[in-house]
Every structure is written in structure tokens, then in C-alpha cells.
Design a protein around this ligand. Structure first.
Ligand SMILES: Nc1nc2c(c(=O)[nH]1)N[C@H]1C(S)=C(S)[C@@H](COP(=O)(O)OP(=O)(O)OC[C@H]3O[C@@H](n4cnc5c(=O)[nH]c(N)nc54)[C@H](O)[C@@H]3O)O[C@H]1N2
Ligand SMILES: Nc1nc2c(c(=O)[nH]1)N[C@H]1C(S)=C(S)[C@@H](COP(=O)(O)OP(=O)(O)OC[C@H]3O[C@@H](n4cnc5c(=O)[nH]c(N)nc54)[C@H](O)[C@@H]3O)O[C@H]1N2
Ligand code: SF4
Ligand SMILES: [Mo]
Length: 706
């Protein structure tokens, strides 16, 4: 069909994970015929993983929605955009008019961070709704990082990034970048950067309850009992502060409090709780101090754990007190061409200004913990969520007690979703509005340049023009916001509405052009268009402090009250209850949270959805490898195949998230059958970090034969 078409090369960008790889895409007419990494990209340098190639599958997927659909009983009916926008605006406005602002709930999923239009227009739409019932994937992910950055450095996204290209000593706690390609550390081609680290004589040490793909290429790996990293990190701080008197810069407050706080957290105590030997903890602390440049990095194994905020705070303290914050090879701050932090494009954040209605959980930066969403839908009374708008998310599979949320969604008066698939969550929507996807829209990364291990800038024009009857996400957000606002009984003042209209009507690309002009990097849209592979701004720069601190007094608070109190709570945990087994998560290179399972090339081959379990734990329970077991937690049970693995610490079992696809005939986006169950039918919405982030790792479970 396309044999007569000319073959052309285009530069694209992968938006499937935080590594933001540059792609070289070969097209013939409207078809993608080849995808490879773009060697000229100054950040990703030609790297691509199997998911990046599968970006062509999303584009071509016949199951992907391209026009709005309306649910009619158990079937879906395509409708026009005008009808869809009016329907959504009518119902959202009616809910707000009848039941108040908070009756509308909003959930934003992960791909929002990967879409320019979501960053520029999605946030503006959400602001137009004055609801306190705002939720996102942040509270099943990196909320502790954001809260701690807000409390210590004054801005929720002023996050220190490991300078992996220059460090000599790299401690990785609860992250698996060999599979995930890095997170809160945009690091395309982690394997090569690690080889370079080794070639420089550097070392990587991994703390993880599973001997992961990353642990296997590390110089050292220690099993740590799930949920106990806090003891280990506090013990490292204990060693660091007792064996020397750390000097801190004049803009750092609270050192004495930290020294007091960690006094009782000895390596021996940490060893008893975590399983990491005391002399190893001591040695790690000493190595960090002695290294030419060292950095501690922690991610979701820890942030989505019971003590995520304490851990992230301890990580920052370790980097700072060992002299590694804000210097080459340590934990550094980026200088992106568009500084979403410095310009205030993203707010500095706040915490506990209000609380959730039912459980009294604190907000952070305007969002409530998503673990509270179900009860806010189900509990009657003023402020009950009666209508829900989800954007690029699948909380039924991605948030704790997802099966219960699934039930709650059925009780809503109205639900709308902005999504490209009918998934386990959006199947409950009355209307789904599907935007264009990565290859059909312009992209500039407002988020991940901010988190990258090197400063670069890149603007990628759409590879394909959209069809006339498709809509970009920013256009969808504009229409929902403006049409809903126009129908409200209690409208915002006219001036505010005019500003809103103007703001929402400028395209994301125009906004990027303007934002670049405001920056000091010298990068302009004209320059970016001339160099579509991207512009290199060089390695991360040290010496950014205190000037870049966003706190009002431009000081670092080493001992924020919230953390100090939580350490006291931790201190009171005398001994951990001897639970039978603790459940942790797992990511695979060829998975993408809950959604790329419709791609043949990513799902063929050996199944990988099994419960992994140590052979000794299997033997104890007379369970045979490969059999179906029943896994039970406080909130639910699943039945799934078990696979023996020496890579699991005894006492620990692991399931990947994003599996457990519903097959009830309603789903359009799943013509492929993928086995597996949802780990989040087991995770517990009552297990939360002090930030409100769900503790998805370290969930007590029982495993029995079926
Ligand atoms: N147990 C456990 N649970 C976890 C995790 C874990 O480690 N363990 N990880 C957590 C983490 S880190 C995250 S980020 C969350 C993710 O949780 P969610 O963000 O809720 O879920 P996703 O699976 O990312 O779903 C993304 C949806 O967006 C749609 N989509 C894709 N691209 C676009 C687009 O361009 N526009 C729009 N509008 N829609 C699009 C897809 O069709 C898909 O339905 O899961 C969390 N859940
Ligand atoms: N291929 C692929 N890449 C992805 C994603 C994907 O779904 N697939 N998702 C993307 C997203 S949204 C995110 S947020 C990032 C996440 O990026 P990472 O944080 O690197 O994600 P994981 O691979 O889940 O790594 C978490 C590690 O923590 C370990 N762990 C679990 N519990 C504990 C504990 O109590 N203590 C310690 N020390 N370790 C523990 C797990 O065994 C696992 O190895 O990945 C991104 N990249
Ligand atoms: S590493 Fe991430 S950004 Fe790069 S190709 Fe793979 S999924 Fe895409
Ligand atoms: Mo995430």
C-alpha cells in the first residue's frame, strides 16, 4: 500500500519513560517503518530501548481511540467532538452547580508529565476547577521527594540529581535503573554511563530486597528488608555525625537537631531491623565521606514505602553532610533552558493547608493522597465526589485497593476521561476524549530537562500532522475548561475569565517560545528548530547554592518539623512485627506501568507476571514452583502463578504492577490477552508515608497453595 511512498527520516522523541530518548524515525507516508535512537541527541546519544521502538505501535494501534466515544450500556458509540465537549461541560458544571466545587474529582496520571500540552494547559484546566478533590499518580510515586525538597530547599521540584557522569561512588537505594531507565534522574543509556563510571574506577552499591538487573551489574549489593531503609540511612547519618563533626555552609540550619535525632540510630540497631550487617553500614558511610565524589540516590522502592519522607530527607542529609550536595560528582541541581522552578511556572508547593474530608489526610501542593479517592467517592455528605475527570491515568490498576476503587467508580453520577484507550479505569467513563499521541504533537520537555543528568534543550515538532478530526490534549483541556466555566452559576470574575481564555488559547509551542525568551540560557525557539537533535548546555553546574534556593530566607532547613516528628515515630517502633511475608513491586524493561500491553513486540515471549518467591519460602509452605498460589493481604486476595527465584530475599515476594487487565468485553484497547493479576488489589490504602504517599512496598501478605 505504501510501496510507492517516499521514505523519509524524521526526528522524534520517546515519551514512555523519564529518559526522554531522541529518536530517528523513518516514515513512508503516514506509516512508521523504522525507529532507532538518534546518535546526534546530546543527552541520549543514540540510546533506545525496546519500548522506544514500540512507540510506533501506539501510533498505529487500531485499538487506540481517535474520536470521542460515549458509553451506552455495555457498548461504546463514537460521537463528534462538539457533542462530546458539550456533554462533558454540561455534566461537570451541573455537578458543581448542584453540589459545590468539591463534588468534582480530578485524577492526573503519569503520562501528563510526558506531554507538553498537559504541562501547559492541563494544569490550567485543573486550576479552573476550584475543587479540593485533586489527585494524581504523584502520591503513589515521588511525593516524599517533592515534600522534602519543599521543606528543605523551598521548592517541591528543586530536586538534587545524581551526577552520574562524574561520580566515583554511587549508592542506589530502592531503584532499578537497568529496567526503569532512571527516575528523578533522567539518564538515557544508564548501562553505558555505568560502564563509564566503572572505567573511571568508580563503584555502584545497591540496596534492594531483590537482586535486580541493576544489582547484578553493581559492585556490591545488599539485601534490605522491605520498609527498613530508614534505619540504614539514619545509621549512616549516625556514623557520619559521630565519627566527625560535619561542617555546613552558613546558609544551613538545624545541624544540631540532626545530630541529636540520629544519636540513637546505631548501625547495630539498623542491622537487626534491616538485615544489612552493621559493619557494612559503617563502611558505606565512611566510603561516602572518603570518596572523591559520592552520591546517595533513592527511588520508588523507598519513596513508595512506609518511611519515604524520612528516607528522602536522610538521603539529602547524607549528600549534604558528606560535602556532596551541589558539587560535581555529587547530588546537583540542573540549569534548564526553561527553569520551571525559578520562574515559578511550577509553584513551590505547600503542605497541610487543608485535609481530606473523610480521613483527614493532608494535601501537598494542592493534591490529596490518591489512597483517599475511593472513600471520598463513597462517603455521603457535603463535598462528596460525584463526578470524576481522569486524564492519562489508570488508578484502578495503579493505586492501592484498586479493586475497591473499581467498585466505587460505578457509583459516580458522571465520569469523563481524557485517554487514548478504554482501560480498567476509563471503562467506567460516560465519555472518553482521546488526544493525539507522541508522534502527532510538538514536544519540549518542561519536566525532565529539570531532572536530567546533563543540561540540554530540545524541541521536537510533530512527526505526523494530526487528522482534521483529531484534537491535541491542550485543545481538549481548553474546551473542557472554558465550556465548563461558562456554565457555572458562580462564575469567576470576567477579567479572570478573559485571562484564562487568552492563556488557554495560546498553543504550547507558543508558550515554550515565550518561556525560552524569559530564560538566561540563550536558547531560542529559532535555534532549537535549527538543531532538532537538541542543544547541549553542558554538564551540571555546581555552586548553585544558596542563590537558587527557593525558600523565602534562601536557607536550607536540615531539620524540618514534619520529618523530625516522623523520626520520633520511627524511633518508637521498637521491633518490627514478624510478618510472614512482605510484598514488593517490580518493573520490567518491556512494561510501561499499566498501558503498553497492547504491543505485540513488548508482550511476546516468556510471561513475566508471576509472583517471585525465594525457594526456601516455597519449600516452607510445600508450594511447587510454577503452581498457582493464593496471595492474601488485609484488603484483598489474588491467585497467580508463582516462580521460584534466588534473587528474592527470603521473606519477600514480588509482583509487578500494571497487570490484571479486565476482560469483560467492555475494553476496546486490549485485543491482546495478557495474563496476570493486579498487585494493587493487595496494596493497602491505610499504609501511608507521612507525606500521604502510599506504601506500596513492604505490604504484609500470606501465600498459600490453592
Ligand atoms: N504496586 C505498585 N503500584 C504502582 C507503582 C509501583 O511501583 N507499584 N508505581 C506507581 C507509579 S510510579 C506510577 S507513575 C503510577 C502510574 O499510574 P497511572 O498514571 O494511573 O497509570 P498508567 O498506567 O501510567 O496509565 C496511563 C494511562 O494514560 C494513557 N495515555 C498514554 N499516553 C497518553 C497521552 O498522551 N494522553 C492521554 N490523555 N492519555 C495517555 C494510557 O492509555 C493509560 O491508560 O503507578 C503507580 N502504581
Ligand atoms: N520499563 C519501565 N520503565 C519505567 C516504568 C515502567 O513501568 N517500566 N515506569 C516509570 C515510572 S512511572 C517510574 S516512577 C520509574 C521508577 O523507577 P525505579 O524507582 O527505578 O523503579 P523500580 O524498577 O520499580 O525500582 C524500585 C526498586 O525498589 C526495590 N524495592 C522494593 N521495596 C524496597 C524497599 O523496601 N527497600 C529498598 N531498598 N528497595 C525496595 C524493588 O525491588 C525495585 O528494584 O520507572 C519509570 N520507568
Ligand atoms: S529508555 Fe525510556 S525514553 Fe528511552 S526509548 Fe526506552 S522508554 Fe523511551
Ligand atoms: Mo512513576
Amino acid at each position: 500500500m505504501s510501496t510507492h511512498e517516499q521514505t523519509e527520516k524524521r526526528i522524534g522523541v520517546c515519551n514512555l519513560c523519564e529518559a526522554i530518548c531522541g529518536l530517528e524515525i523513518t516514515i513512508e507516508g503516514r506509516d512508521v517503518v523504522g525507529v532507532r535512537g538518534n546518535p546526534a541527541d546530546p543527552l541520549s546519544r543514540g540510546h533506545v530501548c525496546p519500548k522506544g521502538v514500540a512507540i510506533a505501535d501506539v501510533y498505529a494501534d487500531p485499538d487506540r481511540l481517535r474520536r470521542p466515544v460515549r458509553r451506552v450500556g455495555a457498548t461504546w458509540q463514537e460521537i463528534g467532538w462538539e457533542e462530546a465537549f458539550d456533554l462533558v461541560a454540561d455534566r461537570l458544571a451541573r455537578t458543581i452547580n448542584e453540589h459545590g466545587d468539591d463534588a468534582l474529582g480530578v485524577y492526573l496520571g503519569n503520562p501528563n508529565a510526558h506531554s507538553l500540552g498537559s504541562m501547559t494547559h492541563g494544569t490550567a484546566m485543573v486550576k479552573a476547577f476550584r475543587t479540593r478533590n485533586r489527585y494524581s499518580a504523584t502520591s503513589v510515586d515521588q511525593l516524599p521527594h517533592q515534600l522534602v525538597a519543599h521543606l528543605m530547599f523551598g521548592h517541591q521540584l528543586f530536586l538534587p540529581i545524581p551526577d552520574i557522569d562524574r561520580t566515583a561512588w554511587f549508592l542506589v537505594v530502592g531503584a532499578n535503573p537497568m529496567a526503569s531507565n532512571g527516575s528523578l534522574m533522567t539518564v538515557p543509556d544508564f548501562p553505558q554511563r555505568l560502564r563509564d563510571l566503572h572505567a573511571r574506577g568508580g563503584r555502584m552499591i545497591v540496596l534492594d530486597p531483590r537482586r535486580t538487573e541493576t544489582a547484578k551489574v553493581a559492585d556490591e549489593h545488599h539485601f534490605v528488608r522491605p520498609g527498613t531503609d530508614a534505619w540504614v540511612l539514619l545509621a549512616m547519618l549516625h556514623v557520619l555525625t559521630t565519627e566527625q563533626t560535619p561542617a555546613v555552609a552558613s546558609y544551613v540550619d538545624g545541624l544540631a537537631t540532626v545530630v541529636d535525632l540520629v544519636a540513637g540510630f546505631t548501625p547495630e540497631r539498623a542491622a537487626a531491623t534491616s538485615g544489612v550487617p552493621a559493619d557494612e553500614i559503617r563502611r558505606l558511610a565512611r566510603e561516602l565521606v572518603a570518596a572523591d565524589a559520592g552520591v546517595v540516590y533513592s527511588r520508588i522502592g523507598v519513596s513508595a514505602g512506609p518511611w519515604g519522607s524520612v528516607c528522602q530527607w536522610a538521603v539529602n542529609c547524607l549528600n549534604l553532610l558528606s560535602g556532596n550536595l551541589d558539587r560535581a560528582g555529587g547530588a546537583m541541581f540542573t540549569t534548564p533552558a526553561i527553569d520551571a522552578v525559578g520562574t515559578g511556572l511550577i509553584g513551590r508547593g505547600h503542605h497541610d493547608v487543608w485535609r481530606s474530608r473523610v480521613r483527614g489526610l493532608p494535601e501537598t501542593a494542592g493534591e490529596l493522597p490518591v489512597a483517599a479517592l475511593r472513600e471520598e467517592i463513597e462517603t455521603p455528605g457535603e463535598g462528596q465526589v460525584r463526578a470524576l475527570l481522569t486524564v492519562a491515568g489508570n488508578p484502578v490498576l495503579s493505586t492501592p485497593a484498586g479493586a475497591r476503587l473499581d467498585g466505587a467508580l460505578r457509583g459516580l453520577d458522571f465520569m469523563a476521561a481524557v485517554d487514548i484507550y478504554v482501560n480498567e479505569t476509563t471503562r467506567h467513563a460516560d465519555v472518553i476524549l482521546p488526544p493525539t499521541t507522541a508522534l502527532e504533537r510538538d514536544h519540549y520537555d518542561l519536566v525532565f530537562h529539570l531532572l536530567a543528568v546533563r543540561d540540554t534543550a530540545r524541541f521536537t515538532p510533530a512527526v505526523f500532522d494530526k487528522d482534521a478530526d483529531q484534537r491535541h490534549d491542550w485543545q481538549i483541556f481548553r474546551e473542557i475548561a472554558l465550556r465548563t466555566t461558562a456554565r457555572l452559576d458562580r462564575k469567576p470574575p470576567l477579567r479572570r475569565r478573559l485571562v484564562q481564555r487568552a492563556r488557554l488559547s495560546a498553543s504550547p509551542t507558543l508558550l515554550v517560545t515565550a518561556l525560552l525568551r524569559r530564560g538566561a540560557s540563550g536558547v531560542t525557539m529559532t535555534k532549537l528548530r535549527a538543531r532538532p537533535a537538541g542543544i547541549d548546555l553542558g554538564p551540571l553546574r555546581g555552586g548553585q547554592l544558596p542563590g537558587r534556593l527557593a525558600s523565602r530566607d534562601r536557607r536550607i532547613d536540615l531539620a524540618p518539623r514534619l520529618v523530625v516528628d516522623d523520626v520520633a515515630r520511627l524511633d518508637a517502633v521498637a521491633a518490627l512485627a514478624d510478618h510472614e511475608l512482605l510484598l514488593i513491586g517490580r518493573r520490567h524493561q518491556r512494561d510501561c506501568n499499566s498501558w503498553m500491553h497492547n504491543s505485540e513486540r513488548l508482550t511476546r515471549g516468556r510471561p513475566r507476571h508471576q509472583l517471585l518467591m525465594n525457594p526456601a519460602d516455597l519449600a516452607d509452605r510445600s508450594i511447587t514452583d510454577g503452581s498457582v498460589v493464593r496471595v492474601t493481604s488485609r484488603v484483598g486476595a489474588v491467585e497467580v502463578e508463582v516462580a521460584a527465584s534466588d534473587d528474592l530475599m527470603p521473606g519477600v515476594v514480588s509482583l509487578p504492577h500494571g497487570y490484571g487487565h479486565a476482560h469483560d468485553g467492555v475494553l476496546m484497547g486490549r485485543s491482546r490477552e495478557v495474563p496476570g493479576v493486579s498487585v494493587n488489589d493487595l496494596t493497602d490504602p491505610d499504609l501511608l508515608d507521612v507525606s500521604g504517599n502510599a506504601a506500596l512496598n513492604g505490604v504484609p501478605v500470606a501465600v498459600t497453595p490453592t
